[in-house]
Design a protein around this ligand. Structure first.
Ligand SMILES: Cc1ncc(COP(=O)(O)O)c(C=O)c1O
Length: 399
């Protein structure tokens, strides 16, 4: 059964959320698509600045370590570095990216709880000092490097409300913490702090609040450690096809919880989605149309194997708006938006209503900066979307 109200929200987000074209005009987007072709992703530097600055303002005193995995692009990294942001690195490739854009290691933290010895070596050679661990095997890996590192222990706080519950896979039970601390201390490996990630795209700040309160209890009770750092991870939500809390409202209870922390402890956060998500749009066009099962199927030039891969891996539903000037209260028909590949999972939206569109019409997907192109494939050997970086009103090819 079709639900025209929900479906109009999905496909004509502009009607419901005035910013659904991400601040561009329809005409601008159509011209960008004509000039650069489709599929093209456009990353907007100004939006990265706005997102970074609003999070810094909402979490005063918290040092930001951008989670590179969300949108691993050199221009984004360079710009955030210039704004004063640090980085959360998790892999050799992410360190290579930082090195390629000459970002030094002094404001980086290595957050992957599971690493090969050669990855640890490479990160130390780059200059990384802070590493996250969550189990005893990982602590042992640092024995050979104990004069060069400080460890953070990641605690697991399960969160079924998060769109992506990252504590399913990483983090130690809080009850196991004393054993890990004792192991590190007995081997002369420095423990500098605690970290957690309460899950990505969380609907409310109370998982962060509860995790902070539990970490503060640990700091106060385990006095054999010189605690220096609390890393509160990511999770800060953005608006997709439904509303999300304003960032100041979201962060207010987190700031209240952080007030009970001793002043000698630095607080870090690892935002990925909040900074990158709203900073990119994707232009797509219709390459084919067919009638199947009483619905009009529109085949686009990118889909869930490409930039919209976040629909599968990240469980995100991106606002998608056709840029035609049709009167979309008229002539709406049951429709499907599908990606280009030969696989039938490559369907972007079904059971939606759309006005009649034609081959070559352009659509825009917004909020596609985080966990999108980062997980895109070249399945069927469709090349990945072109990426442009909009800086000071000039479009540059993204590196
Ligand atoms: C260790 C770590 N830090 C930070 C992030 C970024 O989280 P978010 O995008 O929710 O801000 C992630 C996401 O997977 C992560 O695994």
């Amino acid at each position: 059964m079709l639900n025209p109200v929900r479906d109009l929200k999905t496909c004509f987000a502009e009607q419901v959320y005035p910013n659904s074209l991400a601040g561009y005009s329809r005409q601008q987007l159509i011209e960008l698509a004509k000039d650069h072709g489709t599929p093209t992703m456009i990353i907007n530097q100004e939006r990265i600045t706005q997102q970074y600055q609003s999070l810094v303002k909402a979490l005063p005193g918290v040092k930001m370590q951008y989670a590179i995995k969300a949108l691993p692009h050199g221009e984004v990294i360079k710009h955030l570095h210039n704004l004063g942001c640090g980085f959360d690195v998790a892999t050799r490739g992410e360190i290579d990216l930082l090195t390629s854009v000459q970002v030094p290691a002094d404001r980086t933290i290595h957050t992957h709880p599971i690493k090969k010895d050669e990855e640890i070596k490479q990160a130390i050679a780059y200059g990384c000092r802070y590493f996250v661990v969550d189990n005893s095997h990982e602590i042992d890996k640092f024995l050979a490097y104990k004069t060069q590192v400080d460890l953070l222990i990641r605690i697991n706080f399960r969160n079924q409300d998060a769109v992506v519950d990252l504590s399913r896979k990483f983090g130690c039970e809080i009850a196991h913490l004393p054993v890990l601390v004792e192991q590190a201390q007995s081997k002369g490996i420095s423990i500098a702090g605690l970290s957690f990630h309460v899950g990505s795209q969380v609907p409310s700040p109370y998982a962060h609040v509860s995790a902070i309160e539990q970490c503060i209890k640990v700091f106060n009770s385990m006095t054999s450690v010189d605690w220096k750092i609390l890393d509160i991870g990511g999770g800060f939500p953005i608006e997709y096809s439904g509303p999300s809390p304003e960032i100041e409202d979201f962060c207010r209870p987190i700031n209240v919880a952080l007030r009970s922390l001793n002043d000698s402890i630095s607080v870090l956060a690892e935002p990925g989605r909040y900074i990158a998500g709203p900073a990119a749009i994707q232009l797509l066009s219709i390459v084919g149309i067919a009638q199947r099962g009483g619905r009009t199927w529109y085949y686009l030039d990118d889909g869930v194997y490409g930039v919209l891969s976040g629909q599968i891996y990240d469980h995100a539903k991106y606002p998608i708006t056709p840029l035609v000037n049709n009167d979309f209260t008229q002539g709406l028909k049951p429709s499907v938006l599908a990606g280009p590949t030969c696989d039938s999972i490559d369907v972007i939206d079904e059971d939606i209503v759309l006005p009649e569109l034609k081959i070559g019409d352009i659509l825009v997907a917004t909020q596609v900066g985080a966990y999108t192109v980062a997980s895109a494939t070249e399945f069927n050997l469709y090349p990945k979307a072109k990426i442009l970086f909009l800086s000071d009103k000039k479009l540059l090819p993204a590196i």
